[in-house]
Design a protein around this ligand. Structure first.
Ligand code: HH2
Length: 327
């Protein structure tokens, strides 16, 4: 394969904006892997429900994740596991807003809100979120696309079908990668129509969302089809049931499997990795980076290491917060 045909290069050719992510607070570098640490403020998430019962506990976990190399944190107040019931607006706001406030004040790092509700996104962007991670790909709340556009937020458009409560019944595809790519292009159309700019968009195949275990494996294997759409790609394999199908172990024992899946996705062109286990993921991605590019720069620090410069290329607030932390 010549150099220009690798997925990474192809993405840069197709999308000149592909090496950064425009968000409400500044630009995030995507020329090296960006690890997104998961903070679920929920009683019922499939692998970590109930662990973060108050903002102080979330802050402690967040600090650990940032120290381990997370370049962005994703705060969610509604579980979207298969069969999950929707959470009322006030309850979701009460879970995520105080956490985003404290994280922005104390850490000053890039923040994302994992929500399908425009009102939660709007309030979250007011208190410090830079990115909206919408597992419905702007399909759940008709006001979401315009909210993201108006605030100039970054957005993750994830692929799913139906609602968490019924999505497993909709996991029927001829060619899963082709159909997911086609349906993601439709979501991009909705985003563009609302005025969201291309450089604010990250695509996600939605591992485990309206996908069987085998379909999730196929999507990772054929990730290049999604990468070839020309937008940066996020993957969220962390602790998911396709790993349970492979390994036969419960979610908290799927850490190594998750890290392997992330490294595999990096090799196929993914740029953002949404994970519970930041330490292990950063190690896996760093070793993959060294295998691919060799060692360079300071001893012990290689070009693919997500910790090398966590994320930010522009963003006055984040840069100042990082400098303050280093003093
Ligand atoms: N997966 C989950 C939630 N949000 N967002 C994106 N963009 N991609 C994903 O794959 C994704 C996501 C589900 O995982 P988790 O947050 O751990 O569980 P729960 O939905 O039960 O809170």
């Amino acid at each position: 394969m010549n150099a220009a045909s690798s997925p990474r290069d192809r993405q840069e050719v197709l999308n000149p904006f592909g090496v950064y992510w425009q968000t409400a607070r500044g630009r995030l570098a995507l020329d090296r892997p960006l690890v997104m640490g998961i903070l679920n403020i929920t009683p019922d998430s499939f692998s970590d429900g109930g662990e973060l019962g108050n903002p102080a506990a979330a802050l402690d976990r967040a600090r650990e994740m940032v120290e381990a190399g997370a370049g962005i944190l994703d705060v969610g107040g509604e579980s979207t596991r298969p069969g999950a019931q929707p959470v009322p607006l006030d309850e979701e706001l009460g879970r995520v807003i105080p956490v985003l406030e404290i994280l922005d004040r104390e850490l000053g790092v890039p923040l994302s809100v994992d929500t399908r509700k425009a009102e939660v996104a709007r309030r979250a962007l007011e208190v410090g979120a830079a990115v909206v991670n919408d597992v419905s790909g702007l399909g759940h709340d008709p006001a979401m696309a315009s909210t993201v556009a108006r605030k100039g937020a970054g957005v993750v458009l994830m692929h799913m079908r139906g609602e968490p409560r019924d999505m497993t019944e909709r996991a029927s595809y001829g060619d899963v990668a082709v159909e997911v790519a086609r349906e993601l292009v439709e979501r991009v159309g909705v985003a563009r129509e609302a005025g969201i700019s291309d450089d604010a968009i990250v695509l996600d195949p939605g591992i485990g969302f309206a996908k069987t275990a085998d379909q999730s494996l196929t999507l990772l294997r054929e990730l290049e089809r999604i990468v070839a759409l020309g937008f940066p790609v996020l993957v969220g394999p962390s602790r998911k049931s396709f790993l349970g199908a492979v390994l036969g172990v419960p979610p908290t024992e799927r850490v190594v499997g998750s890290a392997v899946a992330c490294a595999y996705a990096l090799e196929r062109g993914a740029r953002v990795f949404r994970v519970h286990d930041v330490v292990e993921t950063v190690q896996a991605l760093t070793v993959l980076g060294a295998l691919r590019d060799g060692l360079a720069g300071e001893p012990g620090v290689n070009p693919g290491d997500p910790r090398r410069a966590p994320g930010v290329v522009e963003g006055e607030r984040w840069r100042r917060a990082r400098e303050d932390n280093q003093r």
